[in-house]
Design a protein around this ligand. Structure first.
Ligand code: ASP
Ligand code: MG
Length: 423
């Protein structure tokens, strides 16, 4: 059994879906395919959610129509005429019923978010599975909401691997088709409420499926030739890295490299399942592989830029930071508001933290005030991490005007700076 994951960009148009079909056709043996929402559908559904949540039904309906039209175009291209698979029609009806009839205040924001946004994956997988079969690659569609049991932390749910194992194994055993298609990114609680596992989480879904099914490998199909030492949209002269260890990959993902979701590596490492990053536009390229041992350690510096950051500067009003419990208090507040912390730097009486931008910033600041801290913050920041930095990077990046803070170890240089639109 192999696991393949196709991200939104790789199925953003009909050509990508055809490509997926060819890749599946040419792969021998059983195949479990994890698919994300097509193109920017998740963002579009987030807009549907915002309008719905704010009681602007008309706006939500218009936003949903955009999603329907986008998929209709892909379907018409694939089938050579307008076509709507029955399952997709059912999902449209369900979504429409929610946005026109449901009372947003009957559930939390997060719970509605997961209900609404999950349609992206439900629709994309239905289209892919339907088209695979039409193209002569017999496939079976699985509803991952019945197979991945998660915690009820909506928008950031954890997959309960142990509880999901018998469910997924059984579903795959019973499936008669060679190719199985399931959604990335989604699952459900024990009570059956739909959950999502965090933006860009489909890689993690694929890794968990690989782990549970004891896959021989997991491959993530991307629009790049493999793993590069920087995002070509942000940096010049990037080069390709053929092999990485699990540890390299975890560090990269943790620093914000977009190539793989940070949680992806652990399940694979635990069973020594290699992870391939392959180029879907040119499947004959070898891509990159992440595995336990590699022949040659990486010798190029790796640059990772994490955007949409907030720099928080926190001081206790009573000069008490020397006590660890004050720090614990700060982290408890951040955890409660689901802040994702990427860098911490502290002195005797102050603490600076770099966190992902969040809709709960006002609440975080308020809670910190109440706990007796003075808080300052800067928004529109970004975190640049350079692993294996060279001397010239210091001159190029540290001395720049927009730099607010730096942190440096022997191997890693991290810079928090104002986003100034230079990239
Ligand atoms: N569709 C989801 C997102 O865009 C999950 C994923 O792509 O991995 O965040
Ligand atoms: Mg996506």
């Amino acid at each position: 059994m192999k696991v393949y994951k196709f991200g939104g960009a790789s199925v953003k148009e009909a050509a990508g879906v055809r490509n997926l079909v060819e890749i599946a056709r040419q792969t021998e043996g059983r195949l479990f395919i994890v698919v994300s929402a097509m193109g920017k559908t998740t963002n579009a559904l987030e807009k549907v959610m915002e309008s719905f949540w704010n009681g602007r039904t008309g706006e939500a309906v218009v936003a949903m129509q955009g999603v329907v039209d986008y998929h209709a175009e892909i379907l018409a291209d694939l089938w050579g005429e307008p076509h709507l698979p029955a399952r997709v029609r059912g999902f449209y009806e369900e979504l429409e019923e929610i946005i026109t009839l449901a009372n947003p205040k009957s559930r939390t924001y997060e719970e509605w978010y997961d209900r609404i946004v999950s349609f992206g994956e439900l629709i994309s997988t239905s289209i892919v599975s339907d088209y695979l079969t039409r193209a002569g690659v017999e496939s079976e569609w699985l509803d991952m909401r019945r197979l991945f049991l998660t915690s009820n932390r909506f928008r950031d749910a954890n997959i309960d691997i142990e509880a999901s194992t018998p469910r997924l194994r059984r579903a795959v055993e019973y499936a008669t088709a060679r190719v199985i298609v399931g959604q990335g990114f989604i699952g459900a609680t024990e009570q059956g409420a739909t959950t999502t596992i965090g933006r860009e989480g489909s890689d993690y879904s694929a890794a968990v499926a690989g782990y549970i099914l004891d896959a021989e490998s997991v491959s993530i199909w991307k629009d790049v030739e493999g793993i590069l030492n920087g995002d070509p949209k942000q940096f010049e002269n990037v080069t390709y890295i053929p092999e990485l260890t699990y540890l390299d990959a975890i560090e990269l993902a943790y620093s914000g490299a977009q190539i793989i979701h940070p949680k992806t590596i652990k399940p694979l490492q635990n069973k020594s399942i290699p992870l391939y990053v392959r180029c879907f536009v040119n499947p004959s390229l070898p891509g990159s592989v992440i595995k336990a041992e590699i022949e040659k350690p990486i010798d190029t510096p790796i640059l990772i830029l994490k955007k949409n950051q907030i720099l928080l500067s926190i001081k206790p009003e009573d000069y008490s930071f020397i006590l660890e419990e004050r720090m614990a208090e700060v982290f408890a507040i951040l955890e409660r508001h689901r802040a994702k912390v990427h860098l911490v730097q502290n002195s005797a009486i102050s603490m600076a933290l770099c966190i992902d931008s969040t809709r709960y910033l006002a609440e975080i600041v308020e809670a910190l005030h109440e706990a007796g801290f003075t808080v300052k913050y800067n928004t529109d920041m970004e975190l640049l991490t350079i692993r294996g930095y060279r001397h010239e990077h210091l001159a190029e990046f540290v001395e720049a005007e927009n730099v607010y803070m730096t942190q440096r170890s022997r191997k890693v240089l991290r810079i928090i700076r104002k986003t100034n639109g230079d990239f």
